[in-house]
Design a protein around this ligand. Structure first.
Ligand SMILES: *Cc1c(COP(=O)(O)O)cnc(C)c1O
Length: 418
């Protein structure tokens, strides 16, 4: 469910016509619905009520500080993966005791910043990282909480780029190494090693791989008699992009809550896409329609630099005209919707049926709220567009569009070349 709906053949975001927003905001731009965002958080919270989890929103899925603020005000914690995301968490007013920090390559300064901020947990991904955190904690005379990220070696059915819990992926530690760490807790006087963490992948549509991973971890804790008090089961809940039929938060919770309850551990969830995915769309404008003997291309002003998921993961995003003509079904034509970037891989959708799209008309790329703007780049020296949030019948620019000056910020020509 989301708040991008058609009324009288016109796309609305909550109570505002998208076309009206586009009158004052240049395309391409990202458009978010506050209500959709917070509704998804609330849904997950309600589904898991029986274990009263800490829900840490995955900042990398959508890191705009207004988005973070909205969720924080709703009670969410944050899951961060870099010093930059920590910086955003602070700006958004996150409660440090609700911040968890994962990632295989945390740098010394990033670790120190996070310790100073007083985060809840580091999700540790290697023994060397653990040594580094121990040293940093000693330097800062702090006692630091650690969860060991375990790679449970399960294979969720998803794109191989976003499967993170397979044995051969770079994430987490195998059970044996994890065991070794728990047995050697005495080596880390400044650390409380008291949590386990898994995150097995993204866009996972059913509970089976989660159940398998959770069971494996619980067996491990039992067999090795390891005492912990937190179990972070990661994110990865899939959403509807096209014809997927993902479990609802409710059915997902129903199948794993009994297991989690049995563990008697404090549960942490790290959803990203589930909360932000369908709460954002990319609005882009038709520049040209080009008919070739083989294909018809609708060329729009947003491309892979704005939304890379189709190019990177062959991800499907629904594409809809913002104003639907009277009877589009009879006039629909099969087209590729492509961006202006000089790459064959620059497309937003292939073989889509769209009505004739006149120059200047708008299309919405749906389900772009997660891994959309956060993965945007300046490739082809294209300034990134703005981000806009709708709350009820008002809209707010939550990030200004970049200009050409932003593109060259920090660049200099050495004197010898002048
Ligand atoms: C990316 C990531 C998430 C969020 O994944 P989603 O599929 O967006 O829910 C959660 N935890 C960690 C450690 C991640 O890297």
């Amino acid at each position: 469910m989301h708040e991008f709906i058609f009324k009288d053949n016109e796309l609305y975001c909550e109570k505002i016509k998208v076309n009206d927003i586009a009158k004052s905001v240049p395309t391409p731009f990202y458009l978010y619905s506050y209500k959709t965002l917070t509704d998804h958080y609330d849904k997950l919270k309600a589904a898991f009520r029986a274990v009263d989890p800490l829900i840490c929103f995955s900042v990398k899925s959508n890191s705009n500080i207004a988005i973070l603020r909205a969720l924080i005000k709703h009670g969410a914690g944050l899951d961060i993966v870099s010093g930059g995301e920590l910086y955003r968490a602070k700006l958004a007013g996150a409660n440090p005791k609700k911040v968890v920090y994962a990632g295989v390559g945390k740098k010394r300064e990033e670790i120190e910043d996070a310790i100073r901020f007083g985060i809840l947990f580091f999700n540790v991904e290697s023994e060397e990282e653990l040594d580094e955190i121990e040293k940093a904690a000693a330097r800062l005379k702090a006692k630091v909480n650690i969860a060991v990220r375990i790679n449970p070696d399960v294979i969720p059915k998803t794109h191989h780029y976003i499967a993170t819990g397979k044995g051969e992926s770079k994430f987490g530690l195998d059970f044996e190494t994890a065991h070794k760490i728990f047995n050697a807790r005495w080596r880390y006087p400044h650390l409380n090693i008291r949590g386990v963490h898994i995150h097995i992948g993204s866009q996972i549509l059913n509970a089976a791989p989660f159940i398998m991973a959770i069971k494996k971890v619980m067996e491990f804790l039992k067999e090795c008699k390891i005492e912990v008090d937190h179990f972070n089961i990661g994110g990865g809940l899939g959403i509807v992009y096209s014809i997927e039929n993902p479990q609802t938060a409710k059915s997902f919770a129903k199948s794993i809550v009994p297991l989690l309850k049995k563990s008697k551990l404090k549960i942490v969830l790290e959803p990203g896409r589930f909360i932000s995915g369908n709460s954002g769309v990319l609005i882009t404008k038709v520049l040209y329609t080009k008919r070739t003997p083989r294909k018809t291309f609708v060329i729009v002003d947003g491309g892979m630099s704005d939304l890379i998921r189709p190019s990177l993961y062959e991800a499907y995003h629904k594409i809809v005209p913002v104003e639907v003509g009277e009877d589009c079904s009879t006039t629909a034509e099969k087209v590729d919707v492509v961006g202006p970037i000089c790459e064959t891989g620059d497309f937003l959708g292939k073989d889509r049926y769209l009505p004739g799209m006149p120059k200047g008309s708008l299309v919405a790329i749906m389900g772009a709220g997660a891994y959309g703007f956060t993965m945007a780049s300046n490739y082809n020296s294209r300034p990134r567009g703005s981000e806009v949030m709708v709350i009820g019948n008002k809209f707010y620019i939550i990030k200004k569009a970049e200009g050409y000056k932003d593109l060259v910020r920090g660049e200099t020509i050495p004197k010898v070349l002048r």
